[in-house]
Ligand binder design. Structure first.
Ligand SMILES: CC(C)(COP(=O)(O)OP(=O)(O)OC[C@H]1O[C@@H](n2cnc3c(N)ncnc32)[C@H](O)[C@@H]1OP(=O)(O)O)[C@@H](O)C(=O)NCCC(=O)NCCS
Length: 235
């Protein structure tokens, strides 16, 4: 199982955009905000936004309903609610210091999800979205970087589920298979790998994807339990 990605490797992949590079940003303890260059102009990406801060920002109207796509979060209040949960991390890309043009949410799974059986060991990248006009500017990479600035990162298994019916195929002009490849390409540099599971919702479509990142301090016993749980079993 791969553990933490070497910062030097990540720094190389970030050198042409988003600044400062990850190695520098991560070395500054409790760094909560980074400037990020995009073709549309500068944004800042801010981690651990509080409900109060989020209330003061405006939510881009593009996070709504399009012809063949509906955003996962259509209301700013939903982000506020997630930011109020224990240990969660709501990371926002902000234009003009106050307009939300991208968001990522790291949170514990809902109690009715299989992964909640691992207690607080597992956290999910529960949402990741960039407003259509701001896409392909590496904002998603910056959001993932800031989501993973979590102080307990190495003690956790962070996972991500991609359900193809939630993807904006129209907005990105991609087939589901291409989109799936994009998600792998997006998450792999951060130490995520595709994992097999028999979880029924994930198995509904072959394009769906389950990816996980095992923290360096996750014990072998915990990894073992996780392996069994992926197939709905106990060791
Ligand atoms: C998925 C999503 C968050 C990506 O956001 P983004 O800011 O455009 O992504 P980035 O610019 O950081 O690009 C990440 C990688 O994906 C690739 N990519 C992004 N958009 C692409 C496109 N339209 N065509 C081909 N590749 C694309 C880029 O090549 C990039 O890799 P690179 O850095 O090596 O060049 C965005 O498309 C989105 O909001 N989609 C709707 C919500 C969604 O599907 N969320 C996923 C959770 S299920």
């Amino acid at each position: 199982m791969p553990h933490a990605v070497e910062f030097s490797t990540l720094a190389k992949s970030f050198r042409n955009y988003g600044q400062p590079c990850l190695s520098r940003a991560m070395s500054e303890e409790n760094k909560r905000e980074i400037p990020w260059k995009t073709p549309n102009g500068k944004v800042v990406i801010r981690a651990f936004c509080t409900p109060g801060e989020i209330r003061g920002y405006s939510f881009d109207r593009q996070f709504g309903t399009h012809a063949h796509y509906k955003s996962l979060y259509t209301k700013r209040e939903s982000l506020e609610r997630m930011a109020g949960q224990a240990d969660s991390n709501v990371a926002l890309a902000l234009a003009q210091g106050k307009d939300i043009v991208g968001f990522g949410v790291l949170a514990y799974p809902d109690a009715d999800e299989r992964w909640s059986e691992m207690g607080d060991l597992m956290m999910e990248v529960n949402a990741l979205e960039v407003a259509r006009e701001w896409r392909s500017g590496k904002i998603a990479r910056g959001l993932i970087q800031m989501l993973l600035s979590h102080p307990q990162l190495e003690e956790k298994i962070i996972y991500f589920v991609g359900y193809s019916w939630t993807w904006d195929l129209d907005g990105n002009g991609m087939s589901a298979i291409e989109y799936r490849q994009m998600m792998i390409h997006l998450f792999e540099p951060f130490g995520f790998q595709e994992l097999q599971t028999n979880e029924p919702n994930i198995c509904l479509k072959p394009e769906n994807i389950f990816m996980g990142r095992i923290g360096a301090k996750v014990t072998e016993e915990e990894q073992h339990r996780f392996k069994w749980l992926r197939f709905g079993l106990s060791p």
